[in-house]
Design a protein around this ligand. Structure first.
Ligand SMILES: Cc1ncc(COP(=O)(O)O)c(C=O)c1O
Length: 370
């Protein structure tokens, strides 16, 4: 066999896949581990969603509705927008790919920050574009440097807001000032995967930016059911944008990209405001408690407006990550992201958080970090 893979694809470092929990437990000889590593919803899926999915199981022999009509209509009502302003994806990941597929060809440039969500750069590489990567400044998007990096070749700018992994947030004023300086041919993509956790009055007014504004760039907002809605395993995300852009993205979309169970589960989850509210309230309450406890242990917890935050453990984060694993607590070392002394943790349930704090305390003592 002789494989002639495109050079841009051969040089991609695959997304770190992570092991199934059962494998990890076997490898480390642990049981009942808790995973606070992927910013998932620890309170589980909405019961209404699981009920709807069970009913839909009867219809698995049918293709799903290629237009995801009911889910799109429910989202249009939720966001008070037109159905034509919404496009659904197999996770918001897929909308990132639609954007790159539709707007980026060889030689085009896409601006991203480092660190930020890894998938932007991978899709750009797959489609032959050039990544222009701007380091965060004080853990936030460096909007001034991003502006100065824009060239005639720039097609897209990706801003995860809140940023993953730093959990920082661009204010409305900073964003408006930024937008005023971006050429109108560029598309600004606000990846708002975690925005549900942000206080509503602080959020960027996406409705305003969806409209065409004379001389200003288009703004796209990406959302997901994977975080606040607790449906990461179902793979549903969506983009909110001007219909001129959705109409282009539909051209690169597979006809049945949202499967049957995903459509019914996500539609039902949108109807379960009780579960959504409970998730937001619990996250805020537990995050406050966790941060206080972490600081008591002598570590620094970085401010967060969302369901995860960074902790400076004041020692090698990867060693601490390994020690925590042996205690059945899975967190994320930030070494690969350029913060060798930091871990990122997802806010868990009360029980999980207590277990995390106990494990952290023991590991810090064993490793003599604080
Ligand atoms: C900033 C950010 N954007 C997008 C995603 C992908 O979300 P989805 O599960 O909808 O593909 C993630 C997942 O962790 C994320 O952190």
């Amino acid at each position: 066999m002789k494989l002639k893979c495109a050079e841009n694809v051969a040089s991609i470092v695959p997304y770190p896949p992570g092991k199934p929990l059962e494998e990890l437990e076997r490898e480390y000889g642990i049981t009942n581990s808790i995973k606070l590593a992927s910013n998932e919803n620890p309170w589980g899926p909405s019961p209404k969603a699981t009920e709807a999915i069970e009913k839909t199981l009867q219809n698995l022999h049918r293709y799903p509705d290629g237009s995801s009509h009911y889910l799109t209509e429910s989202l249009a009502a939720w966001h008070n927008c037109l159905a034509s302003e919404i496009i659904l994806g197999n996770g918001s990941n897929e909308i990132i790919e639609f954007l790159v597929k539709a707007f980026v060809t060889a030689g085009d440039e896409v601006i991203t920050s480092h660190p930020s969500f890894l998938m932007y750069q991978k899709f750009v590489q797959v489609h032959g574009g050039d990544n222009i990567v701007i380091p965060l400044k004080d853990m936030s998007h460096d909007l001034d440097t991003i502006i100065s990096a824009v060239t005639a070749k720039t097609k897209l700018i990706f801003l995860d807001n809140p940023n993953n992994p730093c959990a920082t947030f661009i204010s409305k004023e900073r964003f408006e000032n930024f937008i005023q300086q971006v050429p109108e041919e560029v598309i600004v993509v606000l990846d708002e995967a975690y925005v549900d956790f942000v206080e509503p009055e602080k959020r960027i007014d996406i409705e305003k930016y969806r409209q065409k504004r004379e001389g200003l760039p288009a703004v796209v907002s990406l959302r997901t059911f994977s975080k606040a809605f607790g449906l990461a395993g179902l793979r549903v995300g969506y983009g909110l944008m001007h219909p001129d852009i959705t109409s282009l993205l539909h051209r690169v979309r597979q006809p049945f990209n949202i499967n049957l169970l995903a459509q019914s589960g996500a539609t039902a989850a949108l109807d379960d405001t009780e579960h959504y509210r409970l998730t937001l309230d619990n996250t805020s309450q537990e995050r406050t408690w966790l941060m206080k406890e972490v600081e008591h242990l002598g570590c620094q917890a970085y401010p967060s407006c969302t369901n995860f935050f960074l902790i400076d453990v004041q020692g090698d984060a990867t060693k601490l990550y390994e020690s925590m694993l042996y205690k059945g607590v899975i967190v994320r070392s930030m070494k690969a992201y350029g913060y060798p002394d930091f871990i990122r943790i997802t806010v868990g349930t009360e029980k999980e958080n207590k277990r995390f704090v106990k494990a952290l305390k023991d590991c810090l003592t064993e490793l003599a970090y604080v």
